[in-house]
Design a binder for this molecule. Structure first.
Ligand code: IPE
Ligand code: IPE
Ligand code: MG
Length: 243
């Protein structure tokens, strides 16, 4: 049985550091502990796919020193956590552009993707140099190539085909969590989140732990998802259709 797909916009590292009078990168460093804890806790609360927004296509606008530290942390994380990820049955994949990721970070990331490829307990998608509008642009290009080569007619472009081109075989997210009080998606899983529940918390990412994720999931479970349909109250008599 497939469980929940939760996406997390891990925000507030800089504010966490500032509150302590430390440089921004100390917040990113502390944020790695939250990543580790959330990845460990996720399968226990019914999550089978976890997508973590680690670096957006627009984060290149940050000072080069901060960007460099973020990719250094990615390299460290991949190196240090690899064995534990393999042992705990986590399969790591990457979504986003590969070509701009610094070589040393990409090499460690690739080692982790390869080493964890057989994991079946949790699918951990790392969104790095990711933006939904980029992903949609890529999907449009891929579909156009099929049309141009004559093996797809424009009328055959369906919602399902576009969904597969954008998201592959990964189920759409059920719940999107954003930390640090901001209530926006910042180009994260825009297409895939069409019917996702959104959950915003003021907790800064370095303070966020598996218990906070469990709280988000339990609130999600109390929400009523309708997907555009009408749901009759359980105790109401069902109308009989005569004719
Ligand atoms: C999230 O924290 C980490 C990344 C976007 C890489 P921020 O660095 O955005 O922290 P704030 O929003 O400045 O507090
Ligand atoms: C979104 O956070 C990107 C990640 C968490 C990786 P940002 O901090 O970059 O988003 P904005 O700039 O506040 O929208
Ligand atoms: Mg931010």
């Amino acid at each position: 049985m497939s469980g929940l797909h939760v996406g997390i916009i891990m925000d507030g590292n800089g504010r966490w550091a500032r509150a302590q009078g430390r440089p921004r990168w100390r917040g990113h460093l502390a944020g790695v502990d939250s990543v580790r804890d959330v990845v460990r806790g996720a399968p226990e609360i019914g999550i089978t796919t976890l997508t973590l927004y680690a670096f957006s296509s627009d984060n290149w606008k940050r000072p080069p020193g901060e960007v460099g530290r973020l990719f250094w942390l990615l390299r460290e994380y991949c190196q240090r956590e690899r064995n534990e990820l393999v042992e705990s049955g986590v399969r790591v994949t990457h979504v986003g552009r590969r070509d701009r990721i610094p070589q040393s970070a990409l090499a460690e990331l690739d080692r982790t993707l390869k080493a964890t490829a057989r994991g079946h307990r949790l699918h951990l998608q790392l969104a790095i140099d990711y933006g939904s509008r980029w992903a949609l642009t890529e999907a449009a290009r891929a579909i156009s190539r099929h049309v141009a080569s004559g093996d797809l007619r424009p009328e055959e472009i369906s919602l399902d085909l576009l969904d597969r081109a954008v998201a592959g075989e990964v189920p759409n997210p059920d719940l999107i969590v954003r930390t640090a009080g901001e209530q926006r998606l910042s180009d994260f899983l825009l297409w895939e989140s069409a019917y996702a529940e959104l959950y915003f918390t003021d907790a800064l990412w370095p303070d966020f732990r598996r218990e906070d994720l469990a709280l988000a999931v339990s609130e999600f479970q109390r929400r009523e998802r309708r997907f555009g349909a009408v749901t009759a109250p359980a105790e109401a008599p069902q109308p009989t259709v005569v004719g």
